[in-house]
Design a protein around this ligand. Structure first.
Ligand code: GLN
Length: 450
């Protein structure tokens, strides 16, 4: 009740929630009390949290930030949703996001932009990052202690950095995508956002695991991610990718990140420079592959099956075209156009196939780097939270927000963003990148720093 009261009051300013499920939350809290009374409590029993509005929730609207799904009430739970429900956690609602998770600022939501709680003190309206900006702003403002999120090209790490919270994108296939609305299926991965690494570990304990309903889910044992948080970091080999300390990186952000890395040296880690030679190709490859997959995934929104349908269609074609013209926002349409073009006969080899080859080279860069070091560290974003409206007219500037994050998704490896300091009163994130299935090590490294 305390969390719900705070949430309803504070969120008028932030708009971090699309839906608040008060009645359901109170019923779930009651059920949690019974679970505890029956001696079946888990670490999550009765703990309030929120889901990004991309995870299907049985009987609760799941919009994906789009007019297309504004009226969609799923008849089933995503695996992630089901896992939290079984653990006895109490979902307070669904958080705001860029439409279909396409964006880096949570400004493209059909339900209005989310405001970053940082900056409000100075009277400034800054973006929380995106696409999981609602989850990040809600955790930063202490509306919920934890929230789920998803990351296709940076959507957990970049908002975590801009809002000063801790977020983890697991290895591709570690967390089930069943019931998580698809954007770019070979890149999408559900993950965690909370105040600390320890809370992220508790979340991942619930979320990770094999799911036969997701064909890309991996059947590997799930460790207790809290068990190794306290391991000493002595001897940890940290690599600093030269290419991630260059370009448009803000000097003050770089200084905060380097000072965080010096703390790791004090804890006994060794630091050396490494190279990811194909880093400069990541944005280009990502913005071919992600829209290509999106154009295929979003073909299902046709007005016939579920979601929005235009009024009074004249015939089938009119229904398809007007439904999609009216139901999708500008950025989603841009991606569908780019993706359809890249996949079309005559252009496929030049764009999509080429991008896939580049993707393989990017993956190999990481494989080579992890022969020399245990983890990589870098800034999460080139600069702190920007002002609302500052980048919304220029898609390419917005895409460049992802320079340090997209390659990780192309390779499928895990990475975290950890609060590392402040520039002009705005949070800065340290990105910690690991080899496949090294989530426990990343959480350990983040926890030792916190
Ligand atoms: N900002 C990136 C994009 O717009 C990544 C989004 C995401 O990770 N969902 O595609």
């Amino acid at each position: 009740r305390q969390f719900l009261g705070h949430l309803k009051q504070e969120d008028e300013q932030l708009n971090s929630f699309i839906t608040i499920t008060e009645d359901q939350a109170l019923a779930d809290a009651h059920a949690a009390d019974e679970q505890r009374a029956a001696g079946k409590a888990t670490p999550w029993t009765g703990v309030p949290f929120a889901h990004k509005d991309i995870f299907c929730t049985n009987g609760v609207a799941t919009t994906c930030g789009s007019k297309m799904l504004a009226n969609f009430v799923p008849p089933y739970d995503a695996t992630v949703t089901e896992n939290f429900r079984k653990a006895g956690a109490v979902c307070l609602g669904k958080t705001n996001m860029d439409e279909f998770a396409m964006g880096s600022s949570t400004e493209s939501s059909h339900f209005g932009a989310t405001t970053n709680p940082w900056g409000l003190g100075k009277g400034e309206k800054r973006v929380p990052g995106g696409s999981s900006g609602g989850s990040a702003a809600a955790v930063a403002a202490r509306l919920v202690p934890a929230a789920t999120a998803t990351d296709t090209g940076g959507s957990i790490r970049q908002p975590s950095a801009l809002c000063g919270v801790t977020g983890l994108k697991p290895t591709y296939g570690r967390v089930s995508r069943y019931g998580m609305i698809a954007f770019a299926s070979s890149l999408d991965q559900g993950g965690t956002m909370a105040r600390t690494a320890e809370d992220n570990a508790l979340m991942l304990n619930v979320m990770a695991g094999f799911d036969p309903r997701d064909s890309t889910s991996l059947d590997r044992p799930v460790p207790d991610y809290t068990a190794t948080l306290d391991e000493p970091l002595k001897g940890l080999r940290i690599g600093l990718p030269r290419e991630y300390f260059a370009g448009d990186l803000n000097g003050a952000v770089e200084e905060e990140v380097r000072s965080a890395i010096r703390e790791y040296e004090k804890l006994g880690a060794t630091v050396k420079e490494v190279s990811l030679p194909h880093a400069n190709l990541a944005i280009a490859a990502y913005y071919v592959i992600a829209p290509a997959e999106a154009s295929a995934n979003l073909s299902r929104f046709d007005g016939a099956r579920y979601g929005y349908r235009c009024a009074d269609p004249k015939d089938l074609l009119d229904m398809y075209t007007r439904t999609r013209a009216e139901g999708f926002g500008a950025e989603v349409k841009r991606r569908i156009l780019v993706g359809t073009y890249a996949l079309s006969a005559g252009y496929f080899d030049a764009y999509y196939l080429k991008a896939q080859k580049v993707r393989r080279l990017i993956q190999q860069d990481f494989i080579d780097a992890f022969r020399e070091v245990d983890v990589l560290m870098s800034p999460t974003t080139p600069s702190p939270a920007f002002k609302q409206g500052e980048k919304s007219d220029d898609p390419v500037t917005m895409y460049l927000e992802d320079v340090f994050t997209v390659a990780i998704n192309l390779a499928g490896i895990p990475a975290m963003s950890v609060p590392a300091g402040f520039v002009d009163g705005l949070p800065v994130g340290l990105q910690i990148i690991g080899d496949y299935f090294s989530e426990a090590r990343l959480l350990n490294a983040a926890h030792q720093f916190q």
